[in-house]
Design a binder for this molecule. Sequence first.
Ligand code: THU
Length: 157
Amino acid sequence: MIFSTRVTVCNEQELDATQQALVAKAKAMTGQAYSPYSGFSVGAAALLEDGTIVAGSNQENAAYPSGLCAERVALFAANANHPTLAVKALAIACYTNGHFTKQAGTPCGACRQVMLETEHRFRQPMQVILYGQDQCVIFDSAADLLPLCFVSENLER
Ligand code: THU
C-alpha cells in the first residue's frame, strides 16, 4: 500500500487574498496565546462557508494536560457557535523566541483527529494552510494529514 498526498508549497505572497487574510488572522492570534509554560504561541483561524472567521490560540494550564492547542480552540469554537456552517479552511501559525517559525508548524495528532471530524461532519474537505516564514504548506483536505484515520464508521458493530 502506498499513500500519496498533494502538497502545495509557496510563500505568503503567493497565497490568494482569502488565504492571506486567514493566515494574517492566525498570525495575529499568536499574540493572544496563553503559553507561559512552553513559550510557544500558536494561532489558528477557521474560515466558515459564510465567510465568517473564527479564531483561537493555544491555552496552557499549570496542570499541563488541561491546556488545549490553538487548532482545537478555534474549531471547537467554530462548531459550537456555528454548528450548521462548514469550515472551508484552517490556517495555523506559530511564534516562539520573538519570531514566527521559519518552517510551517505542523498540527499534533489530536488536532488532526479533530480537523478530520469537522470534515466528516460537514461532508466536505477543509483546506489546511500551515504558515512558515520561509514557506507555507497547503493541504487540500485534513484527511491528507491523517491516513488510516478513525472515523464514525469505525464505531459500527
Ligand atoms: N500546540 C498547538 O497549539 N498546536 C499544535 O498543533 C501543536 C502544539 C501548542 C500546545 C502547547 O501549548 C504548545 O503548542 C507547545 O506544545
